[in-house]
Design a binder for this molecule. Structure first.
Ligand SMILES: Nc1nc2c(c(=O)[nH]1)N[C@H]1C(S)=C(S)[C@@H](COP(=O)(O)OP(=O)(O)OC[C@H]3O[C@@H](n4cnc5c(=O)[nH]c(N)nc54)[C@H](O)[C@@H]3O)O[C@H]1N2
Ligand SMILES: Nc1nc2c(c(=O)[nH]1)N[C@H]1C(S)=C(S)[C@@H](COP(=O)(O)OP(=O)(O)OC[C@H]3O[C@@H](n4cnc5c(=O)[nH]c(N)nc54)[C@H](O)[C@@H]3O)O[C@H]1N2
Ligand code: SF4
Ligand SMILES: [Mo]
Length: 708
């Protein structure tokens, strides 16, 4: 047999670690971190081995299947079919339904792995250009939608995210993020544990604000509990303190930042004293933190899931970036900077748009031509023109990942046709008529189109496929291309010639900022990257403002009308006393990943992780003993789950991870079924939104907990 070592990027999370995969023929012998990767420096997490488990998983579908619906209560059957039948049927059904009921009868939902799979990013338009439906959805609106909106409003482009330069900062204020478990998000920061330790070793400070004393909080210099959903009050109080104490100093940004005076007036009443009873953080602590951030040589304010998937997600992200601007920490080494990736996702790419159409039933705004996922079920079940009758799901599991998943699950049954581009028969795809499974990740090449733009260092890397494509299999991008061509044929159009993803990347590299054409000494091209399989280092993040701004006048106007208008909603809510109910938040574990990493024995072994964490005091007052089953319920639904006492929880707050609930009938994931757990999103509420953006508020859900 022939032994070989393959350089490969791990695509499972945003850290994009470099790997060395040793193989012997078709066997994987080992998966290790690549010490020569300029970004990840040899780091990996326990999930890296899942690349082997995914590849070898007998449950992973190797060819398309079609559902034969059971009659008279009999179970559905799945029949193996050929690609021609699968692709033809899908194309024909979509076209027929769009022609009969209009294009809005076609719904589309794209899930998170789409952005980890560059072929899906480059080729989805081959199919979707034929279906310019208003009813497009994605995981964005259960995740980072507020980040996009704020980037678009302040910096002129949905993808211009300020990236925390942790390696050079000396003060880091972090809210609603747990990178020790998540490995970072909208912040590609492999090996974050070592980087946090280095920060503290050089005398810097990390402050974590989170309703749970998380794995990251345990490493921090200081941890503060905060009542879920109240962060906007805290962040505005920090900002208000800067204004009130004359600590605002945008420094090098001054020449192209405007509107701070307007903001100062608009938020004058959001004092630390106003915030304190709601947040649980006393006024003096808030003032001290504002002063510390202002005094820091290089400071960062960063917030992620916990402050975006909540009722004031957009206000939070806006206030947070104003803090970085007001303290002069934006675009400074050791602050938060913009990246300059080798294939640029900013210049020449749509900056994003907002509110150009609204959802039919609830009138929720689109962002970037997508509607909030929380509206999907009602758009399927409510009759009338524009009702979704067919759904295409790519790399998504919305039954487990969007609020009130039970309701969506039931809605999917009413569809006339559903097709899923997915390697598994799971909680969502079991409702499909046809499942189109792509090749395994190791059978296709890889470029991190989605994540270099969020990375703490500019690097570039291309990974070849580790294994050849099996006979008769199709990559995700080929499935899109094939479907697009078949739809074109049905519409009497010529098929669209298409380049494979690596050629598109090659063009991007050769036109990008590190190309010979731009006079860069790196002279990047795909051929050049292939010479450097561990990746090429393009250096630390550099100040780029105002040139990098995509706003019309190349300035940052801080007085953003939409968040300013949303302040009144915040005032109104907190003028009333609280309802006294418990608040539900989520939780991530380093051995799990959203809904689809529970089928790999090496990752799920050990004690049950789908437990409800609760403070002992809250348990006592409800007569709940540690380890018993409780009923967790909300307006939207209820689950029975094992409770686990934890002093790490803020009193009044309970935590349950999402992505479980594999006990639905008819799924084909043997290991996941044995570690079924319950779905957190059977309890989260599709009506609970960040009203400004339409992002789901899956954190801070009012719940009750009682002995089962
Ligand atoms: N309550 C609560 N809900 C949440 C969250 C939370 O914290 N709490 N987090 C939210 C977040 S941040 C996100 S991103 C969403 C995720 O929401 P989704 O994207 O809807 O769900 P995933 O669990 O990522 O499901 C991914 C699906 O893609 C398939 N898949 C994996 N790799 C590939 C591939 O290469 N090609 C194809 N075609 N398919 C693939 C898997 O089999 C799986 O079915 O969930 C959100 N929901
Ligand atoms: N191991 C693992 N890694 C992952 C994933 C995974 O599922 N597992 N998912 C990937 C995806 S899709 C994403 S988007 C990222 C997410 O990356 P992160 O945002 O870093 O991950 P979370 O663990 O969801 O962190 C959210 C934190 O917010 C806290 N929180 C909840 N509500 C509030 C609130 O109201 N205010 C404040 N201040 N905090 C609050 C929670 O306690 C939690 O610690 O992780 C990615 N990486
Ligand atoms: S942190 Fe783990 S899952 Fe994320 S890219 Fe690195 S090895 Fe993969
Ligand atoms: Mo996410």
């Amino acid at each position: 047999m022939t032994r070989a070592i393959h350089h490969r990027a791990c695509h499972l999370c945003e850290a994009i670690c470099g790997l060395l995969i040793e193989t012997d023929g078709e066997q994987i012998l080992s998966i290790k971190g690549d010490p020569d990767d300029p970004l990840s420096r040899g780091h990996i997490c326990p999930k890296a081995v899942a690349l082997q488990d995914i590849h070898e998983d007998p449950d992973r579908l190797r060819g398309p299947v079609r559902r034969i619906r059971g009659v008279n209560g009999a179970a559905d059957q799945w029949r193996d079919i050929g690609w021609d039948e699968a692709l033809d049927t899908t194309a024909r059904q979509l076209v027929a339904i769009a022609q009969r009921d209009g294009v809005n009868a076609i719904g589309i939902y794209m899930g998170n792995p789409t952005v980890h799979n560059y072929g899906m990013m480059t080729h989805q338009k081959n199919l979707f250009r034929h279906f310019r439906t208003d009813n497009r959805f994605s995981a964005t609106s259960v995740d980072q939608l507020p980040h996009h909106l704020v980037a678009m409003w302040l910096f002129g482009h949905k993808s211009l995210f300020p990236i925390p330069d942790i390696d050079r900062c000396d003060y880091f204020l972090m809210l609603g993020a747990n990178p020790i478990a998540s490995n970072g998000s909208i912040w590609t920061v492999p090996d974050v544990r070592r980087r946090i330790k280095d920060l503290k070793r050089r005398g810097g400070k990390l402050v974590v604000v989170d309703p749970r004393r998380t794995e990251t909080a345990q490493l921090a210099s200081e941890h503060l509990f905060i009542t879920p959903g109240s962060d906007a009050l805290f962040l505005l109080a920090l900002l208000q303190t800067l204004f009130a104490e004359d600590l605002v100093d945008p420094g090098a940004l001054s020449g192209f930042v405007s509107g701070l005076d307007t903001v100062a007036v608009a938020i004058a009443d959001f004092t630390p004293e106003f915030a304190a009873p709601h947040t649980g953080i006393d006024a003096e602590t808030t003032r001290r933190l504002a002063r510390e951030l202002a005094a820091a040589g290089a400071g960062i304010c960063y917030g992620r899931m916990g402050v975006s998937t909540q009722a004031y997600g957009t206000l939070c992200q806006w206030a947070l970036q104003l803090l970085n601007i007001a303290t002069g920490n934006l675009d400074q080494p050791g602050g938060s900077l913009f990246t300059l990736p080798a294939v640029d996702q900013v210049s020449g790419i749509s900056p994003g748009g907002f509110g150009r159409h609204h959802s039919r039933v609830r009138g929720l705004p689109e962002f970037d031509r997508e509607l909030p996922a929380a509206a999907m079920a009602e758009e399927i079940t409510t009759p009338g023109e524009g009702q979704i009758r067919a759904l295409f799901v790519g790399a998504g599991n919305p039954v487990l990942s969007t609020p009130n998943g039970r309701q969506l699950d039931a809605a999917l049954e009413q569809l006339e046709f559903m097709a899923c581009l997915d390697p598994y028969l799971n909680e969502t795809t079991r409702q499909a008529d046809i499942i189109l499974p792509p090749t395994s990740p190791l059978e296709h090449d890889h470029y991190d189109l989605g994540f270099h733009i969020n990375a703490i260092r500019n690097t570039a890397r291309h990974s070849e496929a580790v294994f050849p494509k099996p006979e008769g299999a199709l990559h995700d991008w080929e499935i899109f291309a094939e479907l697009g061509n078949r739809v074109a044929e049905l519409l009497g159009q010529a098929p669209q010639p298409t380049l494979p993803p690596h050629e598109i990347i090659d063009l991007g590299l050769q036109m990008g900022p590190y190309s010979a054409r731009q006079g860069s000494p790196h002279a990047l091209s795909l051929a050049e990257l292939r010479q450097h399989p561990s990746g090429i280092d393009l250096g630390p993040l550099q100040p780029q403002l105002p040139q990098r701004l995509q706003t019309r006048d190349q300035t940052i106007n801080c007085a953003t009308p939409q968040p300013l208008a949303d302040l009144q909603r915040l005032r109104d809510e907190f003028a009333e006393p609280g309802d006294g109910l418990l608040r539900l938040i989520g939780r991530r574990h380093v051995r799990s990943n959203n809904s689809w990493m529970h089928n790999y024995r090496r990752l799920v072994k050990g004690k049950d992780r789908c437990t409800l964490l609760m403070h002992p005091r809250d348990m006592q007052s409800r007569d709940i003993a540690d380890g018993v089953e409780v009923t967790l319920s909300s307006r939207a639904g209820a689950v029975k789950v094992t409770v686990e006492a934890s002093e790490d929880m803020m009193p009044g707050v309970v935590s349950l991870p999402h992505g479980y609930g594999h006990d639905r009938p008819g799924i084909r994931m043997q290991t996941a079924v044995r570690h079924a757990g319950v779905s957190c999103n059977d309890v989260t509420d599709e009506l609970a939104l960040d009203v400004l953006s339409g992002n789901a508020a899956v954190n801070g859900v009012p719940v009750t907990v009682s002995p089962a």
